[in-house]
Design a protein around this ligand. Sequence first.
Ligand code: COA
Length: 259
Amino acid sequence: MEYKNILSDQSNGIATVTINRPDKLNALNKATLTELDHAVCAAFDNNEVCGIIITGAGEKAFVAGADIGEFVGITVEEGRALSQRGQDIFSRIENGPKPVIAAVNGFALGGGCELAMACHIRVSSENAQFGQPEVSLGLIPGYGGTQRLIQLVGKGKAAEILMTADMLKADEALSLGLTNYVTSIDELLPKCVDILEKIRGKSPLAIGEIIKCVNAYFEDGTDGFQVEVNQFGNCVATEDFKEGTSAFLEKRKANFRGK
Ligand code: COA
């Protein structure tokens, strides 16, 4: 697929997807969502990629939300389809087999906050601002924001953020657990790379199982403890498990092959 709204790069086994509409503060129009989905799925399928960073072009915005220009004249059916599509794409990010880190380099509003929350880990620059301003537009979040915000910051604070449309600065997001780290803008991508480098040394299959187990906690009707039992069992059948345990006993570094 030819990308017009994103940049997709790969270096040292890390794929970086950059939303690239800086003149619109990287707002997610339909075409951008399609490209984002394609680039992330391609990175999941690429054996050379161990993890993904999603960020925004420029220093002002990660993503300032869904593209409000595309809301004009929208019908109820179209609204539901738009919301469902965004949820499906963000779910694919959350449930993919490899770690995805949001490098939040400015405004993460509406769909931008929702995109960051669909990633497994968030790292923010000092100028980052998070918020769900949809109620100011007569709307509510539609890409999973009402649910994932509760998961990350708890019900009471989520209700306040969703109803007031307040923007949270990076340090407040840090204290709420909405972001894992706050860095200078120059240190933002290196910090994300550092985290992925640590993960890269581990078994890729075990990392995929961790993602499944963590997500299982939040799945309605799923017993996360049972998922852990099942995935633990799957791990012991892998070559990675044999390699990891042998390497420990032989006092050498494990060389995982993801098999
Ligand atoms: N959708 C479409 N265009 C957007 C956008 C969005 N979500 N957010 C910003 N833009 C566009 C602006 O319309 C403007 O375009 P223009 O230069 O063609 O007029 C450009 O990006 C720059 O934005 P601007 O508002 O001039 O920047 P600012 O620094 O004054 O304000 C924000 C920054 C983020 C506070 C402001 O752009 C904003 O409130 N955006 C909407 C956020 C939102 O409600 N998101 C949820 C959508 S569901």
